[in-house]
Design a protein around this ligand. Sequence first.
Ligand SMILES: O=C(O)CCC(=O)C(=O)O
Ligand SMILES: [Fe+2]
Length: 226
Amino acid sequence: MLEKHRIGWLPEIFYIPEYISVDDEERLCQTIRASKAPWIKVSGRRLRNYGGTVHEKLGVLLQSPVPSWLQPLLRRLGEDTQAFGPGLEANHVLLNAYRPGEGIMPHQDGPLYHPGVCILSLAAPAVMRFSRKRSSDDDTRAQGDFNSLVVSVALQPRSLLVFRGDAYTHCLHGIDEVEEEALDETVANREALPDPEARVMKRGNERLSLTVRRVLRVKNILGPRK
Ligand SMILES: O=C(O)CCC(=O)C(=O)O
Ligand SMILES: [Fe+2]
């Protein structure tokens, strides 16, 4: 399923436009916006966790149930992408919300997760930029400057971004804190945009994104499932 959606010159980045329908997008956005669950404020964005919280020091997911409105999505993502290991499902979802001008610094998702991630974009677009890590154990193979921009992906609402392997392990990814994204020559999926000739893309509304991953070690603090 993924193969025909491969993009860019990094081997393991995939972009699927219109992965969900407008109706499904509407339903997800409504559920998220109607929820009274608190938002956690972090630099440049706000977030909510589903499936539990990842305890960085202990290196485990302190697991809680994934809400029922997310379960069909998790099942479908596992089957379609195999991004969480063959036959395996994700166990954690991070909801991020970015107003225009907000973003997320270049980072790696790190070793606590299976090295494959699915990101579903809702409500507004943004550009994800992948760069090479400066001190990579891959230094001898990498070409060009380290920490340099490798490839960018324009994330439209309803699209799915999947990355794994080298793109997960040896690259940083981030979203610039801008109100208008430059659609420069690093953007690898230009032809999938409503206007492939456009040079800029307005962020517009608040963007919501669901980052879906599988935390490798789990502590079930709720006891065994009944
Ligand atoms: O919101 C996004 O598209 C990216 C989020 C992300 O990289 C993360 O949560 O680790
Ligand atoms: Fe990330």
